[in-house]
Ligand binder design. Sequence first.
Ligand SMILES: CC(C)(COP(=O)(O)OP(=O)(O)OC[C@H]1O[C@@H](n2cnc3c(N)ncnc32)[C@H](O)[C@@H]1OP(=O)(O)O)[C@@H](O)C(=O)NCCC(=O)NCCS
Length: 187
Amino acid sequence: MTSNKKASLKLVIKKGINLTEQELSQIKKDILREFKIAFNMDDQAKEKLFFLLKQENAILAMGSLWEVKPVIFNGENFSIYGVLNVIANIKGKGYGKRIVTSMIKYLVFHNKTAFGFCMPQNSGFYEKCGFTIDTVSTKRFVYTKGKERITNQDGQVIFYQDASDHFMEKVLAFPDRKVSIPTASLW
Ligand SMILES: CC(C)(COP(=O)(O)OP(=O)(O)OC[C@H]1O[C@@H](n2cnc3c(N)ncnc32)[C@H](O)[C@@H]1OP(=O)(O)O)[C@@H](O)C(=O)NCCC(=O)NCCS
C-alpha cells in the first residue's frame, strides 16, 4: 500500500455498552457539536445499537437505533426502533446516507418498524435514504409523565419505515387518536 492511499471505510454495528473509549469520546464531541446536548453512557445509551462509518479510528458518520416499547396505539402494543443520533461529520459525501441505508437494511432484515423525528429541513435527506415522511402526526405522539402530557414542540416531522406490524399505516388510518410513547427521548 502506498503511503497516500486512503484507508477503506468500514461500517461497524455495536451496542453502546461495547463502544471503545475512543469511539465514545468522539461520539460525545460530535453530539455536543451538532445537537448541543451532553451524551452520557446511561442505561438507554448502553442498549442503543450504534452504526458507525469508520475510516481507521475516525468516525465519519453515525446513527443509532433504540428499541422503544411499549408504544401503544388503539389498544395495541408495539415494539419499535427509534432512529437517533444521525450525524455526518463530513457532510455532503454520502456518509450520512450510508449510515441510514444500513439501518434500513437492518430493519428490513429484522422485520422491525422504525421512526424518528427531524426538523423539516432534514426530511429530504431521510426521504432520499428510503424513509417515508409524515408531516402532520408529530403532536399525536404523547409521553405521559404523571399528570403531564409531553409532545414535541419544535416543529419536527416524522420519518418512518413500517414492518409487518403496519404501525404507521394504522396510526395514519385513525388521525384522531393519540400514540402513547414510553419516553420523551425520541426527539
Ligand atoms: C443530515 C445529515 C446527517 C446528512 O448527512 P450527509 O452525509 O451530509 O448527507 P449525504 O451526503 O449522505 O446525502 C444523501 C442524499 O441526501 C441529500 N441531502 C442531504 N441533506 C439533505 C437535506 N437537508 N435536505 C434534502 N436532501 C438532503 C443529498 O443531496 C444526497 O442526495 P443524493 O443521494 O441524491 O445524492 C448531515 O447534514 C448532518 O450531520 N447534519 C447535522 C446533524 C443533524 O441534523 N442530523 C439529523 C438529525 S434528525
